[in-house]
Design a protein around this ligand. Structure first.
Ligand code: AMP
Ligand code: ZN
Length: 116
Protein backbone atom coordinates (compact mmCIF):
# COMPACT_ATOMS: atom_id res chain seq x y z
CA UNK A 1 0.00 0.00 0.00
CA UNK A 2 1.33 3.43 -0.91
CA UNK A 3 1.74 5.62 2.16
CA UNK A 4 -0.75 8.08 0.57
CA UNK A 5 -3.45 5.45 1.05
CA UNK A 6 -2.40 4.66 4.59
CA UNK A 7 -4.57 5.97 7.42
CA UNK A 8 -1.69 6.43 9.83
CA UNK A 9 0.53 8.12 7.21
CA UNK A 10 -2.33 10.51 6.56
CA UNK A 11 -2.65 11.24 10.27
CA UNK A 12 1.14 11.68 10.52
CA UNK A 13 0.98 14.23 7.69
CA UNK A 14 -1.94 16.15 9.22
CA UNK A 15 -4.34 15.19 6.40
CA UNK A 16 -6.67 13.63 8.98
CA UNK A 17 -7.08 15.61 12.19
CA UNK A 18 -5.62 14.03 15.29
CA UNK A 19 -3.78 15.25 18.33
CA UNK A 20 -0.64 13.17 18.78
CA UNK A 21 0.33 12.81 22.44
CA UNK A 22 3.96 12.77 21.39
CA UNK A 23 6.06 13.32 18.28
CA UNK A 24 9.76 13.00 17.66
CA UNK A 25 12.03 12.35 14.71
CA UNK A 26 11.30 8.61 14.75
CA UNK A 27 7.76 8.08 16.04
CA UNK A 28 4.43 9.54 17.09
CA UNK A 29 1.79 8.47 19.60
CA UNK A 30 -1.99 8.44 19.17
CA UNK A 31 -4.91 7.77 21.46
CA UNK A 32 -6.65 4.67 20.03
CA UNK A 33 -10.02 5.69 18.60
CA UNK A 34 -11.71 2.56 20.04
CA UNK A 35 -9.95 2.09 23.37
CA UNK A 36 -9.94 -1.45 24.77
CA UNK A 37 -8.63 -0.38 28.18
CA UNK A 38 -8.53 2.80 30.27
CA UNK A 39 -5.13 3.49 28.70
CA UNK A 40 -4.91 2.49 25.02
CA UNK A 41 -2.27 4.30 23.01
CA UNK A 42 -0.61 3.51 19.69
CA UNK A 43 3.10 4.14 19.20
CA UNK A 44 3.91 4.39 15.50
CA UNK A 45 7.08 4.85 13.46
CA UNK A 46 7.00 7.97 11.29
CA UNK A 47 8.25 5.83 8.43
CA UNK A 48 5.64 3.69 6.71
CA UNK A 49 6.35 0.05 7.59
CA UNK A 50 3.34 -2.17 6.91
CA UNK A 51 3.93 -5.02 9.36
CA UNK A 52 6.57 -6.59 11.57
CA UNK A 53 7.32 -8.82 8.57
CA UNK A 54 8.50 -5.74 6.67
CA UNK A 55 11.10 -4.62 9.19
CA UNK A 56 14.62 -4.62 7.77
CA UNK A 57 18.04 -5.29 9.23
CA UNK A 58 19.01 -1.95 10.72
CA UNK A 59 15.53 -1.24 12.07
CA UNK A 60 16.43 -2.52 15.55
CA UNK A 61 17.03 0.99 16.96
CA UNK A 62 13.65 2.10 15.59
CA UNK A 63 11.84 -0.83 17.20
CA UNK A 64 13.69 -0.22 20.46
CA UNK A 65 12.67 3.42 20.31
CA UNK A 66 9.01 2.43 19.99
CA UNK A 67 9.34 0.36 23.17
CA UNK A 68 11.19 2.97 25.22
CA UNK A 69 8.65 5.58 24.09
CA UNK A 70 5.82 3.28 25.16
CA UNK A 71 7.47 2.78 28.55
CA UNK A 72 7.74 6.54 29.01
CA UNK A 73 4.08 7.02 28.08
CA UNK A 74 3.12 4.25 30.52
CA UNK A 75 4.92 6.14 33.26
CA UNK A 76 3.25 9.42 32.26
CA UNK A 77 -0.15 7.71 32.32
CA UNK A 78 0.53 6.28 35.78
CA UNK A 79 0.44 2.59 34.82
CA UNK A 80 4.15 1.75 34.90
CA UNK A 81 3.89 0.16 38.36
CA UNK A 82 0.49 -1.51 37.97
CA UNK A 83 1.50 -3.05 34.64
CA UNK A 84 0.56 -2.89 31.01
CA UNK A 85 0.74 -4.81 27.75
CA UNK A 86 2.59 -3.96 24.53
CA UNK A 87 1.24 -5.68 21.41
CA UNK A 88 1.97 -5.58 17.69
CA UNK A 89 -0.70 -7.47 15.79
CA UNK A 90 0.64 -8.92 12.55
CA UNK A 91 -1.64 -9.87 9.64
CA UNK A 92 -4.80 -11.93 9.62
CA UNK A 93 -4.65 -14.37 12.50
CA UNK A 94 -3.63 -11.57 14.85
CA UNK A 95 -6.41 -9.28 13.60
CA UNK A 96 -4.25 -6.48 12.22
CA UNK A 97 -6.56 -3.94 10.61
CA UNK A 98 -4.27 -0.99 9.80
CA UNK A 99 -1.15 -1.83 7.84
CA UNK A 100 1.23 0.74 9.29
CA UNK A 101 3.23 -0.76 12.14
CA UNK A 102 1.97 0.24 15.57
CA UNK A 103 2.68 -0.81 19.10
CA UNK A 104 -0.47 -0.96 21.25
CA UNK A 105 0.04 0.20 24.84
CA UNK A 106 -2.81 -1.19 26.95
CA UNK A 107 -3.28 -0.78 30.68
CA UNK A 108 -5.27 0.60 33.55
CA UNK A 109 -7.20 -2.62 34.16
CA UNK A 110 -6.45 -6.31 34.67
CA UNK A 111 -5.84 -7.74 31.19
CA UNK A 112 -6.84 -11.30 30.39
CA UNK A 113 -4.40 -13.95 29.23
CA UNK A 114 -4.32 -15.73 26.89
CA UNK A 115 -5.78 -13.12 24.52
CA UNK A 116 -8.80 -14.20 22.51
P1 AMP B 1 -4.72 -3.31 14.68
O1 AMP B 1 -6.05 -4.00 14.67
O2 AMP B 1 -3.68 -3.97 15.53
O3 AMP B 1 -4.23 -3.05 13.26
O4 AMP B 1 -4.96 -1.92 15.38
C1 AMP B 1 -5.47 -0.81 14.71
C2 AMP B 1 -5.96 0.11 15.77
O5 AMP B 1 -6.12 1.39 15.21
C3 AMP B 1 -7.30 -0.30 16.38
O6 AMP B 1 -7.16 -0.47 17.78
C4 AMP B 1 -8.21 0.88 16.02
O7 AMP B 1 -9.14 1.18 17.02
C5 AMP B 1 -7.21 2.00 15.82
N1 AMP B 1 -7.64 3.07 14.94
C6 AMP B 1 -8.30 2.98 13.75
N2 AMP B 1 -8.50 4.19 13.22
C7 AMP B 1 -7.94 5.08 14.08
C8 AMP B 1 -7.81 6.49 14.10
N3 AMP B 1 -8.31 7.27 13.12
N4 AMP B 1 -7.18 7.08 15.15
C9 AMP B 1 -6.71 6.32 16.15
N5 AMP B 1 -6.78 4.98 16.19
C10 AMP B 1 -7.39 4.37 15.17
ZN1 ZN C 1 1.63 4.39 6.69
Amino acid sequence: MAPNDCLFCRIRDGLIPAQPLHRDEHCFVLQDIHPQAPVHLLVLPNRHVATVNDLQPGDEPLVGHLFTTAARLAAEKGIAASGYRLVMNTLGDAGQTVFHLHLHLLGGRQLGWPPG
